[in-house]
Every structure is written in C-alpha cells, then in structure tokens.
Design a protein around this ligand. Structure first.
Ligand code: T3D
Length: 269
C-alpha cells in the first residue's frame, strides 16, 4: 500500500491519495473544518478523480473523510470563494464538473461516509455508486438554511433515491438525517458500525475491482438512462396515455359501476 499527497508543497494537503491494490482511496483532509470544500481542495479532487479514470490499473475508487466529518459542503469562509460573489459560477466551475465526473467514472465509486455529510458534501457522497455510512454519520441538506437550493446533483438525486415527499422534506427542512434512517429510507446503501466502515467499503471495492468494469459502468448508464423524464414530458405522457384509457371500455365500465354503486367488471386487455 502506498500513500502520496496530491500536493507535495503543502504540509497538510486538503486531499490524500493512496492506492490499495486496484483501488484508489481519496481522503478529504481538512478535518478542522469537517473537510469542507475549498478552491484548493477542488483543485486536487477533480484531477485525482480524472487520474483514476484514466489509469486502467484503477478498477474502483473509495472516497472518505479525515477526522470526525465526511464533508460539510462548501467552505463558507474560503476567501477564494468569497472573492467570487457569483454562486452560480462557483457551482458551474466546481460542483457541476465534480458531480459529472463521479457519475461518469469508468469504474465504481464508493463513498465511505465517516461522519457528517452536509450540503454539497452530502450530495457529493450521494453521487457515488455506493454509499456506506458509519452509524455515527448523518446527512444534511443544509442549503435551505443559507438560502440556497440543493446542488452537486441534489435536485436530481434526492427524488430518485427517496421519492418526492422525502426529497422535499430533507431539502426544505435541512434537518439532520442519521445514517440508520438514511439506510432505512433508501438514501444510501448501508449503515455500518463505525469501526467496520473502511473494512466494508474496501471489501466491496476490492470485489467490484475484480468484476467487469465495463459491465458495471454500462449498468450505471443503463439504469440512469431508463429513469429520467422531465416534468413537462411526464405531463404530456399522462395526457396521451389518459386519452387512450379514456376511450377504452374499462373507463366506461368503471364510471358506470361507480354511478350504479356496484362492483366494476373489467374485461379489456
Ligand atoms: O459558493 C457557494 O457557496 C456555492 C456552493 C454551495 C454548496 C454548499 O455546500 S452550500 C452548504 C454549505 N454547508 C453548510 O452550510 C454546512 C455548515 N456547517 C454546519 O451546519 C455544521 O458545521 C454541521 C452541521 C455540518 C456540523 O455541526 P457540528 O456542530 O458537528 O460542527 P461545528 O462545530 O459546526 O463545525 C466544526 C468546525 O467546522 C467549526 O469550526 P471551529 O469553530 O471549530 O473553528 C465550523 O465553523 C467548521 N465548519 C463546518 N462547516 C463548515 C465549516 N467551516 C466552513 N464552511 C463550512 N461549510
């Protein structure tokens, strides 16, 4: 096992990169501020993911955090960000490419959420193919509390993972969701004992690394491609299908049975 820092100049680099067999392990490393994202961290994170994507000997990626947090989202005190008043531009520059990179990796990506994951930190984890969370970890859609909407893929991911009601509940309240509850509602893959987190994440990463990377990446693509439909398209389809149903005999029978206060007898096929 070798561990290198992504930046040799800094004493405490904000990202640690190491290899364990065919698995690249990325550790967000700003524990004093719960590994919140700075411009400096972004400048290492995306290239590290890109390097893993391009290195054919890498067959899985595990992402975790140093210290007691996974990632508290955007570092709200980062001068490099404060100088950039355009939050949309920050999202365009950092979070869009980051989320897109994770979702299109040629190998499986596993988040090992060791502590609180808030804001873009939560959604960065949810972009991954598998999310393991330590029992003491939690997920917070912190955006509404600072007058923002979920980013880093949150608006797309949340309703797909847990449905509209829970997506809105989490995003609007910004309440803390404990790891056990996150597993129960299907937001994440597994909640595990804190001491087991890395062992379990690495075991799955190693197992996936031995499988067909191509098949796994195509599986992700196929599942994502099968789900999406925008609201307007869904409304159009409802109208089209409802039109057909409304012209069919079962609708006529259903209405007739209701008005006659008798059970309906449906025969259409
Ligand atoms: O430009 C843009 O902003 C666009 C991009 C937006 C994407 C986003 O991610 S927006 C959401 C940003 N994140 C947040 O709003 C979360 C802020 N943090 C918290 O609400 C809390 O820290 C937590 C609920 C995550 C954890 O609470 P707790 O009580 O366990 O820890 P703490 O004491 O609040 O935090 C520990 C330290 O980390 C503390 O520093 P200190 O006092 O010990 O020196 C705290 O200030 C620091 N910290 C935590 N989160 C951030 C942070 N520092 C900077 N930015 C943070 N996001």
């Amino acid at each position: 096992m070798t561990q290198t820092t992504a930046s040799s100049a800094a004493v405490e680099p904000p990202l640690l990169v190491r290899r364990q067999g065919a698995v690249t392990v990325l550790t967000l490393n700003r524990p004093a501020s719960l590994n919140s994202f700075t411009a400096a961290m972004h400048s290492l994170l995306l290239p590290a993911l890109q390097a893993a994507a391009e290195d054919v000997s890498v067959r899985a990626v595990v992402i975790t955090g140093a210290g007691r947090g996974f990632c508290a989202g955007q570092d709200l005190a980062d001068p490099a960000m404060a100088a950039n008043a355009d939050v949309g531009a920050v999202v365009e520059r950092f979070y869009k490419p980051l989320a897109e990179r994770v979702r299109t990796m040629p190998v499986p990506v596993i988040a090992a959420v060791n502590g609180v994951a808030a804001g873009a930190g939560a959604n960065f984890a949810l972009c991954c193919d598998f999310v393991f969370a330590a029992r003491s970890a939690s997920f917070i859609q912190a955006f509404s509390k600072i007058g923002l909407i979920p980013d880093c893929g949150g608006t797309w991911l949340l309703p797909r993972l847990v449905g509209r009601a829970r997506a809105l509940g989490l995003a609007m309240t910004g309440d803390k969701l404990p790891a056990e509850e996150a597993e129960r509602i299907g937001l994440i893959w597994k909640c595990v004992d804190d001491a087991q987190l890395m062992e379990q994440a690495m075991a799955l990463a190693t197992r996936l690394a031995g499988m067909s990377s191509k098949a796994l990446a195509e599986t992700r693509l196929a599942i994502d491609a099968a789900v999406p439909m925008d609201f307007a398209t869904a409304l159009g389809r409802e109208a089209e299908v409802q039109g057909r149903m409304g012209r069919g005999p079962d609708f006529a029978e259903g209405v007739a049975a209701f008005l006659a206060k008798r059970p309906a007898v449906f025969k259409d096929r």
